[in-house]
Design a protein around this ligand. Structure first.
Ligand code: 5GP
Ligand code: ZN
Length: 136
């Protein structure tokens, strides 16, 4: 199997427009931005989904995401940002290396990331219980 492209970016084997780097985190511009300044933040350690990271790794990653989000907003003069993660293939994850998207947003830019649905009568309570039982 070909090696992960984001691991290659971390190693410098594929060029990238680096925004930030420390011992555990690497951030770079997305090659196909939703808006200019769209940044990807990844752990250097390869893993596919968010749940595979330790609490310590996650804490470090989230701290970096927050710092970089502020820089992206200031640097692009964005009105806001979408900070998102496609956590698995069915959710749209194409590159199988955990990555947060930081997408600069501008009033009236027209992007509509989500469609909303609705619950049937009683369904919300059932769903609440199904999820809740897996949280200690
Ligand atoms: P996903 O759909 O997996 O959440 O997002 C993957 C992102 O990686 C996409 O937005 C895509 O444009 C970006 N991407 C894919 N290959 C490369 C690459 O080689 N370099 C950079 N900078 N971004 C990439
Ligand atoms: Zn990887």
């Amino acid at each position: 199997m070909a090696e992960c492209i984001f691991c290659k970016i971390v190693k410098g084997e594929i060029p990238s427009a680096k925004i930030y780097e420390d011992d555990e985190t690497y951030a770079f511009l997305d090659i196909a931005p939703v808006n200019p300044g769209h940044t990807l933040v990844i752990p250097k350690h390869h893993t596919e989904k968010l749940g595979s990271l330790s609490d310590k790794q996650l804490g470090h990653l989230m701290h970096s995401v927050n710092t970089i989000t502020k820089a992206v907003e200031k640097g692009t003069k964005a009105d806001a940002t979408n900070v998102t993660l496609n956590n698995g293939e069915a959710a749209g994850q194409v590159v199988k290396h955990v990555h947060f998207h930081i997408i600069p947003r501008f009033k009236g830019d027209g992007l509509k990331p989500w469609q909303h649905g609705k619950y049937e009568e009683g369904e919300m309570k059932k769903v609440q219980e199904k999820i809740g039982k897996f949280i200690a």
